[in-house]
Each structure stands twice: as C-alpha cells, then as structure tokens.
Write a protein that binds this ligand. Structure first.
Ligand code: SPV
Ligand code: MN
Length: 630
C-alpha cells in the first residue's frame, strides 16, 4: 500500500514506523479500525520491542513465526518432521490462579471466590511489569477469530506477544482472523491481549516468575500476561479470552463454556452432538477423541439458542492436550497423530535423541535426557526432595484438529452443530455412579453442572488431590457472580423448544480396595447409552440422584462397543447408590452454596428435593442400595 493511502492517524504511525517494516505497517494500516491501531501503538509504546512483525493470515507470515520460534530458541526441532519441543520454566508449568486477577471498576463486585483487585492499582502494577519488557525482542501482532469466521459466534482477537512459541501455538489452535477483522470495518469489536515472557534465562524460560501476572481488564476487553510462558497463562485466546467471553455471553444471553463438543454415532448413519464439561485432567479430551466418533473440539464451546435449538461451536480449531497416559491402547486416535510427521509442539516432555517421551506412553522411557528441569537423570530430586518425573504431569502437545482422522466435517460450520446432550463430570473416587441422567434441565444444571466436585490436578499450580467444587467445570474462568451464572444456565432452557438432556459421568469411581472400578475405555459405553437415551430408545431406572442405565442395555453395549462381557456383579458394584456418601456431598454443597449471594431459588429447592429422596431411601434400604432394589 502506498503512503498516499495511509489511513492511520499520525499519533499511532509515529510510534510504530521505526519499529516495523513497510509490509507490517501496511498490514496494520489496511485494517480500517482505529482502535486496533491505538491498541498496537499502546502495546509497542509500553513494551518497547526492538522490532514488530504484524501478521496477516498468509502462510508466509505464519511460516515466519514458526521460523522465529526455532531461531530464538523457544522451540527445538525433534527427529520427526514438523515436530518441535518447547520447555516452560521449572516453576511455570501450569495455570497460576493466585496471580490471575480481575481488575474491578468502581461499583462492580464478583463475589469473594474470584481473585480481583482494584482497577487502578492492578493496572498500574501490571503495566509497570510490562514497561520495556520487550527490549531486545521482536513483538508479533496476530489476528485470530474465536469460533468460525463470519458467523454469529465469531469473536475477533488481537494478540501482541514477544513469544514466538505463543504465537506459533495460536496458529495451531485458532482460526486466522485478519481478514475477518478487516471485514468488520471501523466499528469491529475485538478482544485484546498483551503478553511478554519477560526476562529469559539461558534456557529461554521466564526468569521472573515471582512477578508473574495475568491481569484481566473487563472494562476494556483486554488481558495482560507477563513473566510466564505456560500456555494456560499466555495463549490469549484460550482461558484469557474465555473469561472475557463469559462476560459477553452474560450480556448477550448465550453461554461460554469449558466444554468439549463431539458427534456420537448411533445406529445407521446417525450422528448426535454432545458437549461435556470436565475439570482439567479429568478425561475431557480423551472423551472427545474416542475412536469411531467425531471430534469438534476438546476444551471450549460457545452455545447459543438459534431457531429454538441449542447450537454450539468449538471456539478453537486445535488442541492443547495433556500428553500423560496417551498411548496406543487408551487413546489410539491422538497417539497415532503424535507419532507421525506433521506440525506438533510438544511441551515439557522428556527429550532424548530427538524423540519425545512421556509418562504412560506405553513404551520404555529413557533414564536420562532433557526435560523441564534441564539435563535430567532418573532419580534426581528437586529442592524439596521430591523426585523429578521424566515428563511433567501437565506436559502437553499442541496440534490442529484437522490433523486428526476423526475430525468432524462441521468443525467450521458458521451455524455450529445442534446439541442433544450435555455431560458434566469430575474426579470423584467415592460418591457418584459412572453415568446418570438428570430428571430435567433444572435438576441437571443444579445437581450435576453447578455441583461438579473434583479432586485437584496438576493443571493448576497448588496441592493435588484436594476435593473442591468446580461449578460447570468452568469455575477457574468465571468472570461473573456464581448466582448469575447459574441463573443464565437455568434461563437458557427457556429459549429453546426441547433443551438438551443433561448427564453426569464419573470415570474415577473406586471400590473398597481403592482400585478404579472402570477401565479407561468404559466411557465409550456410557456415551453410546446417552446417545440411545436422547433418541428415546432405552429405558432407565429412577434413582434418587437421577436416571440410571439398566443392566441389560449396558451388557449389550459393552459387547458391541468394547467386545467385553459386562457382568451383573460389575454393574451392581458400579451403579449401587452410595446413599450416605451422596448425603455427605449434599452437606458439603449446602455449605458451599450457603455463602453465595444471589442464588436463584431453584438451587435450594432442587437440592432439598434430592436430600428428601436420599433420606427416604436411606430409611428404607440403608447405606448402599443396588440398582435392582430401587
Ligand atoms: C486446562 O487446564 O483446562 C487446559 C489447559 O485446557 S490451559 O490452557 O492451561 O487452560
Ligand atoms: Mn481446559
């Protein structure tokens, strides 16, 4: 573009022209949106990178980012073509909830459970950490689209980052959004993200993690992230954008959820779509990738009521998945993909002779190599005396969904796919049956979604294995009050003719000796059962906490899906109602909800009704009741 066509205000051009070449400047100027120019000029003025690369959707620009990640040492090539490895710092291996804070404008409250800080103070602090943070570095300016482009689901995003690894990850995980934002014209709305990894050590990992901040400015639809590299803290479009999207959804009457989206095959050529909300590391991705089914997405979905039906899209187009325990037997689809040539970023795995290794991969892991601690040898311990595992428990892979053999053809459909069922699941070793169906939408939203309780995992920093409530599995990302969030779910059903059926799953139930009662693949049977329920093709047993599958139906499905003989003894052990345990959970729930303001009245009513059913069963039949005795 010649200078005669310049549309950028001089006050922005003055800041930018010395930092970028003509191509980058022209690329930015071609976006007819002054607020984009202002945002980039502010980011550049604040962070003071040596140079700036503005990327369009072109494959050349994307290739340059990939090259930069290798050149600057944030990624290293592996032996298989297209594979690279990235390491995050030793203390930067998961989402940092404590350092993640909402900036609260005057008059806005989010309740005591969401980390927040006064807007002025928080803004001043994070901007001081970003001040000059990119000196000596190259900033990338990237444009992406959450959800398919040119759809009512689309949200434009602009990311400024000094990490080519972050920018490269976003190429694999999101749909390009430069042309989309251009088409929106001068008033196009967009979410904005500034990220700097901060000062780096010789391993190219963030040095100042004690000054790590993820600061969310809900007033400006903007997130700052600094002194961290771990994807969950830095990839703006992922959990940072989800927090902004939850607020937008609240304003506009739709739902932004921590959910997978998949098509489940039924008899004939039938494909029925389900979403599922599980806390991190509880089986969400491996459910979405079940062999023979169709994956639309594994992490974040937007749900809207359209023409009387719930329709959903995958916000992303790639997967930032946990690699631990991915092996040919349990997760054949992704395992196959991870072992053939193609564009993949492995993070925080063990590398030896140019090959990635991880815990539970189904092959021998070497006893030395390079991992997130640097040079590693079996048996080494950290400063606290704990053994350093070869791969981190939260080690991950990043790929485009299109690389999977079972990618759903509707992935990019601007109208989304119709949702027939929603499942909620947590890591629950001793209370809930493996699968059950809610009596209705309200019962499902309250006793299954809002009541998800799960043992903590390595996906967030902190102690693992502690039982905590995790509302809709979305609690880490909630940016509105809990009461309003539940109300939005309850109201959502009123916008459609027949709301999706709601189910609860529990893949983690254990028996007396502490062993898991289900195999990893049993979830495939539960999902096929849900599919049949949606189409009214199987009966169920009415229990106190929902509708349970019948033994004879599961027996047929186990034989069909897994070619195994499901015995009546297994069924009874797995599906007996642990009445006392369920009552204890209700006690915990009462306490949990007790402190919340603005809870919609159906919450207390629905939980009280559940308690009455459980108490009646307890009085009649005791602590443990077989499904045959219901
Ligand atoms: C999760 O932890 O839920 C993830 C990965 O999906 S993160 O990007 O860390 O959020
Ligand atoms: Mn997630």
């Amino acid at each position: 573009m010649g200078s005669s066509n310049r549309t950028m205000d001089a006050k922005y051009a003055d800041v930018l022209k010395d930092k970028m070449d003509e191509a980058s400047l022209a690329c930015l100027e071609s976006l007819p949106n002054e607020r984009v120019h202002a945002f980039v000029a502010d980011a550049v003025g604040l962070c003071r990178p040596d140079s700036v690369k503005v990327c369009s959707d072109s494959s050349d620009d994307r290739a340059e980012i990939r090259r930069l990640a290798l050149e600057n040492g944030e990624e290293t090539p592996l032996a298989v073509e297209g594979h690279t490895v990235h390491f995050d710092g030793f203390h930067d291996q998961a989402r940092d909830k404590a350092a993640t804070k909402y900036l609260l404008p005057e008059g806005v409250t989010l309740g005591p459970k969401l980390g927040a800080t006064d807007r002025e103070t928080g803004l001043k602090e994070v901007r001081s950490f970003l001040d000059g943070a990119m000196e000596g570095k190259r900033m990338a300016v990237r444009f992406f689209c959450l959800g398919p482009a040119d759809s009512r689901f689309s949200i434009s995003c602009v990311q400024c980052t000094d990490s080519a690894y972050v920018a490269h990850s976003e190429d694999l995980l999101y749909r390009p959004g430069y042309e989309h934002l251009k088409r929106l014209g001068p008033d196009g709305e967009f979410f904005r993200f500034i990220h700097s990894a901060g000062r780096l050590d010789e391993r190219k990992t963030s040095l100042d993690v004690d000054r790590r901040r993820i600061t969310i400015d809900i007033l400006e639809n903007m997130v700052y992230s600094v002194n961290t590299q771990y994807g969950g803290n830095t990839i703006g479009l992922k959990k940072l954008a989800l927090r902004l999207a939850i607020r937008k959804a609240d304003r506009e009457g739709w739902l932004a959820e921590h959910m997978f989206l998949m098509g489940v095959r039924g008899p004939g050529k039938r494909v029925t779509y389900f979403t599922g909300a599980f806390p991190s590391m509880c089986g969400k991705t491996s459910t979405a990738m079940l062999p023979g089914e169709r994956i639309v997405g594994d992490d974040i979905a937007y749900l809207r009521a359209i023409d009387g039906r719930v329709r959903a899209v995958n916000v992303e187009s790639g997967i930032f998945g946990i690699i631990e325990n991915v092996n040919a037997h349990d997760d054949p689809v992704i395992h196959d993909c991870l072992t053939r040539p193609g564009e993949i970023i492995f993070s925080n795995v063990l590398v030896s002779d140019g090959r990635p290794y991880w815990l539970g991969m189904g092959a021998e892991v070497p006893d030395s190599g390079t991992n997130y601690s640097g040079r590693w040898q079996a048996g080494v311990t950290d400063s606290g005396g704990n053994e350093i595992t070869p791969s981190h428990r939260n080690a991950r892979y990043t790929i485009a969904i299109g690389a999977l053999d079972n990618c759903d053809p509707c992935l990019d459909d601007p109208e989304g796919v119709p949702v027939a069922g929603i499942m909620y699941g947590g890591r629950d070793s001793d209370t809930s049956v493996p699968v059950r169906e809610a009596f209705d939408w309200t019962h499902g939203v309250i006793t299954m979604g809002a009541s998800v309780e799960s043992e903590t995992t390595a996906a967030a920093l902190g102690v693992r294995g502690v039982r905590t409530f995790n509302m809709m599995s979305n609690q880490d990302f909630l940016a509105i009050g809990f009461g309003k969030y539940i109300r939005n779910h309850l109201d959502f059903a009123g916008k459609v003719g027949r709301p999706p059926l709601v189910f609860a799953t529990n893949y983690w139930l254990t028996g007396d000796g502490g062993a898991w009662l289900n195999g990893k693949l049993d979830k495939h049977v539960w999902i096929k059962w849900m599919e049949r329920r949606v189409h009214g093709e199987t009966d169920a047993i009415e229990g106190p906490t929902g509708l349970l599958p019948k033994y004879e139906d599961l027996k047929v499905l186990f034989a069909e899906v897994l070619d195994t003989d499901y015995t009546q003894a297994e069924y009874v052990e797995q599906f007996s109602i642990r009445v006392r345990k369920n009552l204890e959970k209700l006690d915990r729930l009462d306490k949990h909800f007790g402190g919340m303001a603005d809870l919609p009245s159906p919450v207390a009513e629905t939980l009280a009704a559940q308690r009455r059913r459980l108490e009646a069963l307890h009085a009649a039949k005791g602590d443990l009741v077989s499904p045959f005795d219901l």
